[in-house]
Design a protein around this ligand. Structure first.
Ligand code: TIU
Length: 220
């Protein structure tokens, strides 16, 4: 059993029953010219967490535990992208439009790839998800159940959108979740702070949160 200092209380897990879930660290959100920027956001805020994510991923791989990567990705015919998603806001490029890194948020396009610094290794699970949550319309729950996973550690972007939605979906499915605070980011710092607070409030109603250093210390 590994025990780490977390908020609002200690988080304990067994490595063989725990997966690291990395949400949407894809070029569309992290690099200029992608979906994040077309929505009017400053993407440099997000790239700042990459080194911390790399340290956790390296330690987690070193421990031999399960890694899951997700990508927010739509089918090329956009059959899995409802108007309520595609027509939101006033982006300069909508989902499916051609941008500098290929079609925005479309599976297989250059912008849809996970950034090279966090690229999946053969054998790691990669989930293409059409929604904000990692479980909606994906095989993730089934794969985790087959692997005997009960605990999920989360990193990725953005904190209050796809990370929070995925943690809530995970909690509803019975997983015990932990968010690594310095390995997640939002285009809106105040939204990140609020999301972290609301997840761990009320006795970790959604999940616990911790600094990645607390995890790295125990994995070392
Ligand atoms: N992955 C994810 O969070 N998708 C988003 O669209 N996030 C925004 O903050 N826009």
């Amino acid at each position: 059993m590994i025990r780490i200092d977390a908020n609002p209380f200690e988080y304990a897990f067994e490595l063989p029953r725990t997966a690291l879930v990395i949400i949407d660290m894809q070029r569309d959100f992290i690099e200029p010219g992608g979906f994040g920027e077309t929505l009017g956001n400053d993407v440099s805020l997000l790239s700042a967490i990459v080194p911390a994510c790399q340290r956790v991923l390296a330690a987690w791989r070193g421990a031999g535990a399960l890694v899951v990567h997700t990508r927010e990705a739509h089918a090329p015919d956009l059959s899995d992208c409802p108007p309520a998603k595609r027509n939101r806001g006033n982006p300069s490029l909508r989902i499916g439009d051609a941008g500098p890194m290929g079609r925005i948020l479309v599976a297989g396009e250059p912008g849809n790839q996970i950034i090279p610094a966090l690229a999946p290794l053969p054998g790691e699970i990669v989930i293409d998800k059409p929604g904000k949550g990692a479980f909606y319309a994906t095989p993730l729950h089934e794969l985790l159940q087959k692997a005997g996973i009960t605990h999920l550690l989360f990193m990725g972007v953005t904190t209050e959108v796809c990370v929070q939605t995925s943690m809530r979906e995970a909690n509803d499915r019975g997983y015990d979740g932990l968010l690594l605070e310095d390995c997640t980011e939002s285009y809106f710092p105040a939204f990140k702070a609020a999301a972290v607070d609301m997840m761990r409030a009320q006795g970790a109603i959604v999940g616990c949160t911790a600094a990645s250093a607390a995890l790295l210390q125990q994995l070392a």
